[in-house]
Design a protein around this ligand. Sequence first.
Ligand code: C5P
Length: 228
Amino acid sequence: MNKKIIVALDGNNFSKLIKLAKNLKNEVYAYKIGYEFFFNFGIDGYKKIKKIFPNIFLDLKLHDIPNTVEQGIKAIDKLKPILTTIHISGGDNMHKFSKKKITNHSKILGVSILTSLDSDQTEKYYNEKNVKNLVKKFVKYAKKNGLDGIVCSPLEIKTVRKAVGKKMIIVVPGIRPANYSNKKDDQKRIITPLKAIKMGADYLVIGRPITSAKNPLKEIKEINNSIK
Ligand code: C5P
C-alpha cells in the first residue's frame, strides 16, 4: 500500500517522540519535524529520528532574501530530508535560488497562504479579500518557478490541484478523522483523511489525532484503512 500519512512529531518530550517514531514507522510515509522539534532537539535529534525512519519532512518554512535561502537550503540538503518548505510569499528569486543547491533530491514545497490568516488579514496584508484567489495566484507562481509541491489548507485542495496540475505534490494539514472529537483542538478548517485524498491531496500531515491518541498505532492503522 502506498503510504500517505505524514505524522507531525510536535512536542518537547524527546523520549516520547522517539517512542512514537519507533512505534508508527511501518504505517507512515514520513515524519514531519517542525520548529518545535528542531529548535528543541536540533540536528542530533533530527538524526535520531532519521535513523529510525529515513523519510523526513523538515518543515522549517524558510523566508528570507534569495541568497540566504539558497545557503539555508544547501545546509538542509545535507540532512537529506525528502521534503522541506519555503514561503511562496518570498518571491520569484527566492523560489529559484532555493532550488539551486539541491543535490540530495530534497523536494521543495511552497507554503501558500497560512491557514491562520482570514480574509480580513489577507486584505490587510495582501490587498485581496478572496483567500482562494490569492492562493491560486501564489501556487501558479510556485509552479512557474519550479517548486516541487504545495502545502495548503484542506479547503483549498481542489483550487490548488486545478491551478498546478497533476505533477506537483500537495501536502495538507488540518486533517481530522471522522470520529475525532477534541474540543481543545485549535484546528478549525478541517476535513477527514478520505475527503482530502479524494479532493486531490497526495499526503496528509496529521499530528495530535494520532500522537495524542490512547493507542497511536491503532489510530494510524484505522486512518490508513479508511483511505485504502
Ligand atoms: O496536531 P495537528 O494534526 O493539528 O498537527 C498539524 C501539523 O501541521 C502541525 O505540525 C502544524 O504546525 C502543521 N500545520 C498546520 N496548519 C498549517 C500548516 C502547518 O496545522 N497551515
